[in-house]
Design a protein around this ligand. Structure first.
Ligand SMILES: Cc1cc2nc3c(=O)[nH]c(=O)nc-3n(C[C@H](O)[C@H](O)[C@H](O)COP(=O)(O)O)c2cc1C
Length: 393
């Protein structure tokens, strides 16, 4: 690692720099939760209730972070969660983050509501991307999206279940977040004092819905609507098991169901898809939701040791990732950290986030004499009094 590590040894050290370089509306879009930000805060608090008792005297340890998922070996047990409108937060983000993920052989997930199109991003992913589907109400659009993702080389499909309605997102309302950004004096001023963001946006183009915009055209099946309104209306869909079955019949490849929090849902899901993805959307949907870390041990117990569990929401460090793996996850995804790195320091910042997470995790594995990621599951975990939730079943 370069001297960047001396200046920014942790992801949290880059947060202030990122916020200064992003217009206020873009920073609020990235950092806000929903409601009173209780879920957002609880996501972080849960980590402070998990401890690892070190065990020594096992001789030399060379931690190996390589992790297999759906038969493919990644270089680390973590990757980039789907984050919509990424290029609103930092210009050209989807391409920069795709390149980072390919370079480091970790997964990159592209949101349905990305700013850069699925076709364009697919070109940078070496056939290794994950496409995230907000299940459109319109099945013609859904089928077309699935085809476009497949044709663009995406191999895994994430279906997001946790948006039966868009949440209130009070901070986003107050900050006036929209795509494209509102053309008013306030937005203009916020952008003007962030020259790197503004110049980047001039070069990369005003953020739009790169994948979804084509469906809002009146010539497409259905009626024309405003672009933002159209993308929004397509995203609000109550998912059900029949809909999942239909997607299962269309998508040839692994399917991951994202946004699960309930034990019964998780058990039932194992019959329909290839992996469960525990997530509370980074505290952006249900403000009174528990943290994913808190529900993980129970869900792992109920679905058995073999069924793949992916997790996100609040994982900001190698320590956090380690705790997720110890408590039963096979893979950890993270949303905000890579964008924080990108906004703070450009493409090298996103790469630096990867290096930090990997180095922190590897360091802990040496401390506890774990040779590989699987061995983390056998470590002595101690849970604080405030960790456990009663009556989860
Ligand atoms: C700004 C922002 C936009 C997001 N957009 C999407 C999205 O388009 N699709 C999706 O499934 N999840 C989306 N998420 C949720 C992330 O996939 C992930 O669950 C969340 O970021 C995890 O929490 P973390 O940011 O604390 O790592 C978004 C999250 C953020 C912060």
């Amino acid at each position: 690692m370069s001297s960047l590590v001396d200046k920014y040894p942790r992801v949290s050290d880059m947060v202030g720099v990122a916020k200064r370089r992003m217009p206020h509306f873009a920073a609020e879009y990235l950092f806000a939760g929903t409601g009173y930000d209780e879920a957002l805060e609880n996501n972080r608090k849960a980590f402070n209730e998990v401890f690892l008792v070190p065990q020594y005297l096992k001789g030399t340890v060379n931690p190996n972070l390589k992790t297999k998922l759906f038969g493919y070996e990644y270089d680390a047990p973590f990757g980039m969660a789907p984050v919509g409108m990424t290029s609103l937060m930092w210009p050209g983000a989807e391409i920069a983050l795709s390149k980072m993920s390919v370079k480091n052989n970790i997964p990159f997930s592209l949101s349905t509501v990305s700013c850069t199109s699925v076709e364009e991003v697919g070109k940078h992913l070496d056939g290794n991307g994950w496409f995230q589907l907000y299940p459109p109400a319109d099945k013609v659009i859904r089928n077309d999206l699935l085809k476009r993702a497949k044709d663009s080389g995406f191999k895994n499909l994430i279906i997001t279940a946790d948006i039966p309605a868009s949440s209130r997102r009070e901070r986003l309302r107050m900050a006036g977040v929209s795509v494209p950004p509102k053309n008013n004096l306030r937005t203009f001023f916020q952008a003007a004092i962030c020259p790197s963001w503004s110049i980047g946006t001039l070069i990369n183009g005003i953020p739009a819905f790169g994948t979804m915009d084509q469906y809002s055209d009146g010539s497409w099946h259905g009626n024309a609507k405003s672009k933002a309104g159209f993308a929004g209306s397509q995203m609000q869909r109550y998912l059900d098991w029949d809909y999942l079955k239909e997607v299962r019949d269309i998508w040839k490849g692994p399917i991951i169901l994202k946004g699960l929090m309930d034990i019964e849902d998780a058990i039932k899901t194992t019959k329909f898809v290839d992996a469960i993805y525990l997530s509370n959307h980074g505290g952006r949907q249900l403000d009174i939701a528990p943290s994913t870390l808190q529900i993980l041990p129970e869900i792992r117990k109920k679905v058995g040791s073999k069924f793949p569990i992916i997790i996100d929401s609040g994982f900001y460090s190698g320590q956090d990732i380690c705790k997720g793996l110890m408590l039963g996850a096979d893979f950890v995804m993270t949303g905000r950290p890579f964008i924080i790195g990108l906004a703070a320091l450009g493409a090298k910042g996103a790469n630096h986030v990867h290096d930090i997470l990997k180095d922190e995790l590897s360091n802990i594995m040496e401390q506890v004499c774990a040779e590989n990621v699987k061995e983390l599951k056998n470590q002595k975990v101690v849970l604080g009094n405030n960790f456990k939730l009663n009556n989860l079943n």
